[in-house]
Design a protein around this ligand. Structure first.
Ligand code: AMP
Ligand code: MG
Length: 350
């Protein structure tokens, strides 16, 4: 592994305040600190310091039109970053914070434009990881943080993933163990009359609809209507982060449904028989099917979405590390609890 940023290990249940203060001081000086959250590891900078936030974009190679999430220690701090705080925001904050849900609201004037990629709305979240919360309380400013990986790569769920991707571009990496949720937060836009899911995640549309029941706010996703009890036919503003290739391993990714197992097995046989080194090494992430792979790795994935999410990115990182040129993935069921995972798998295969 390349020489890189210092990695400081913290007990997630009892983070050492001396280490936390060291990281907070680095952030206050305009530095970049990678830190654990329950979704994925974040690449953090002081959200109120435009030069520090700009350094995130340089380190990741992330285009300037792709906004980052502002992380705060509680709902009161979130509210300070917004100009409007509708009742629906209170409902979602009460139901899901700290946790893997991001809300998008009209931004407060004092938040630099670079943190929202010039948009008039800010995305805010209270993360549930004790190290992230300790850091946010110690630093006393919101932390702007996208995932701590280079642009288009698979998001990191361990400090080792961060070190491998950004180790030479970050001042410090806090290691708080593997991320418990494992994929990025659900992003909900509350700037219009409906709650619009811009990015699905492990908090599902049904969970959000339940938290908003009785509020008169309907829940939609950018593609499907989940519940509709209020007028509002304006098309949702798509999240700028959603259009591009994201979350992708280096290998080609083939997705297949369980019914397509014979076709995938045949296609693999052809690809392997061609002995093309470009299709030689295969990793398969399977749930219910079997495949025979003379030259490759089969990863048996969990049946349950939360466990699947916890393991997915580590499996994709391992495939990259093993130099797989093809990853074959059995698609999970088409139901709401798997929506975030189906979204990430579709993006990985683009
Ligand atoms: P990442 O940190 O890599 O998970 O990316 C952050 C994502 O949050 C972006 O790609 C968007 O999907 C979303 N996001 C951040 N800020 C905004 C915003 N102001 N409006 C809409 N979506 C946002
Ligand atoms: Mg990302």
């Amino acid at each position: 592994m390349m020489a890189g940023a210092p990695v400081l290990r913290l007990d997630p249940d009892n983070p050492d305040p001396v280490v936390v203060e060291h990281a907070a001081a680095l952030l206050r000086r305009g530095g970049l600190v990678a830190f654990p959250t329950e979704t994925v590891y974040g690449l953090g900078a002081n959200a109120l310091d435009p030069i520090a936030v700009a350094a995130i974009y340089t380190a990741k190679g992330r285009p300037a039109w792709n906004p980052v999430i502002a992380h705060v220690p509680d709902a009161a701090a979130a509210r300070l970053l917004t100009r409007q705080w509708p009742p629906a925001a209170d409902c979602l904050a009460a139901a899901f914070w700290p946790g893997p849900l991001t809300v998008v609201l009209p931004k407060a004037a004092h938040l630099p434009d670079v943190a929202t990629a010039g948009l008039d709305a800010v995305a805010v979240r209270v993360p549930a990881h004790p190290v992230a919360l300790a850091l946010l309380r110690a630093v006393g400013v919101p932390i702007a943080a996208p995932s701590a990986n280079r642009f288009t790569q698979v998001s990191p769920t361990t400090a080792q993933h961060v070190q491998a991707s950004l180790g030479d571009r970050v001042g410090l990496i806090l290691d708080g163990g593997p991320s418990r949720v494992g994929i990025e937060s659900t992003v909900v836009d509350l700037t219009g009359p409906d709650a619009v899911i811009l990015r699905p995640g492990m908090i599902s549309a049904a969970d959000i609809a339940l938290a908003l029941r009785g509020s008169g706010v309907a829940v939609r996703s950018v593609t499907t209507t989940v519940r509709h009890d209020a007028a509002g036919d304006a098309p949702a503003q798509r999240s700028p982060g959603m259009a591009d290739r994201h979350y992708a391993p280096r290998a080609d990714v083939w997705l297949f449904d369980p019914e397509q197992q014979p076709e995938i097995a045949a296609a693999l046989t052809v690809a392997l028989a061609a002995r093309n080194p470009a299709t030689g090494r295969v990793t398969a992430l399977l749930r219910t099917t079997t495949l025979s792979l003379p030259d490759g790795t089969i990863v048996r994935m969990p049946d349950e979405p939360a466990a699947y999410a916890r393991e997915l990115y580590a499996a994709l990182h391992a495939a990259d590390a093993a130099d797989a040129s093809l990853i074959v993935i059995e698609r999970p069921p088409d139901d709401d609890r798997w929506a975030g995972l189906r979204d990430r798998l579709a993006r990985a295969s683009r």
